[in-house]
Design a protein around this ligand. Structure first.
Ligand SMILES: O=P(O)(O)OC[C@H]1O[C@H](OP(=O)(O)OP(=O)(O)O)[C@H](O)[C@@H]1O
Ligand SMILES: Nc1ncnc2[nH]cnc12
Length: 194
């Protein structure tokens, strides 16, 4: 697979090597943020760039983990999942469901606590956001340990929905995040060392 710096281009190559390399060049890596020992991977510079923004949308559409007729709505995790979920949902003619950090949504909510690479957190969803039986694609910018994504899946199940799969832009290697989501279909565009 193609490599650019320490980033491996996986399914992002579906947009072509030139666009893939361009997008990867815009991913920023910051060492020691938000804590000592963490190499923080930031795709905001790629979203700030018009070409970068359209590349990520095209790539997410081309790399869907299941066919678009296999899910009814997209759910995204606050905050960075909100930056890709709504545009992907709009492009597919689906709705977007927000999974928020705790304390941001009015009652009644469903909540799920989880741990991630640098701490613990709780996400919440409006109790009625998902109709019973709805099939949900969960999206986020990055999968590290998979804790956030697993918590999102638990919330979808608590609400009576079913998880159709997961789409991520970036995957951190060596933390077994995608393995933790088995047997759900998972798609990631690029991978890189944690
Ligand atoms: O796979 P995990 O170990 O759970 O880590 C991945 C999560 O960590 C980051 O979010 P963060 O909680 O930092 O919040 P933010 O999007 O609000 O910055 C990222 O956007 C994912 O949601
Ligand atoms: N290394 C990392 N960079 C960006 N977001 C993250 N979420 C969890 N680990 C992360």
């Amino acid at each position: 697979m193609a490599q650019s710096g320490d980033i491996t281009i996986g399914q992002l190559s579906l947009v072509g090597q030139e666009d893939a390399a361009y997008f990867v060049s815009l991913i920023r890596s910051i060492s020691g943020f938000p804590k000592e020992g963490i190499l923080f991977r930031d795709f905001l510079p790629a979203l700030a760039d018009p070409r970068g923004l359209s590349i990520v949308q095209e790539a997410l559409l081309k790399a869907l983990p299941v066919a678009a007729d296999q899910f009814d709505a997209i759910a995204g995790l606050e905050a960075r999942g909100f930056l890709i979920g709504p545009q992907l949902a709009a492009a597919l003619g689906k709705g977007f469901i927000a999974l928020r950090k705790s304390g941001k949504l009015p009652p009644e909510t469903l909540a799920q606590e989880y741990s991630l690479e640098y701490g613990t957190a709780t996400i919440e969803m409006e109790k009625e956001a998902i109709k019973p039986g709805q099939r949900i694609l969960i999206v986020d910018d990055l999968i590290a340990t998979g804790g956030s994504a697993q918590a999102a899946a638990q919330l979808v199940s608590k609400a009576g929905g079913s998880v159709a799969g997961f789409s991520f832009v970036m995957e951190l290697e060596g933390l077994q995040g995608c393995a933790a989501l088995e047997p759900y279909p998972v798609s990631t565009l690029v991978s890189m060392p944690a």
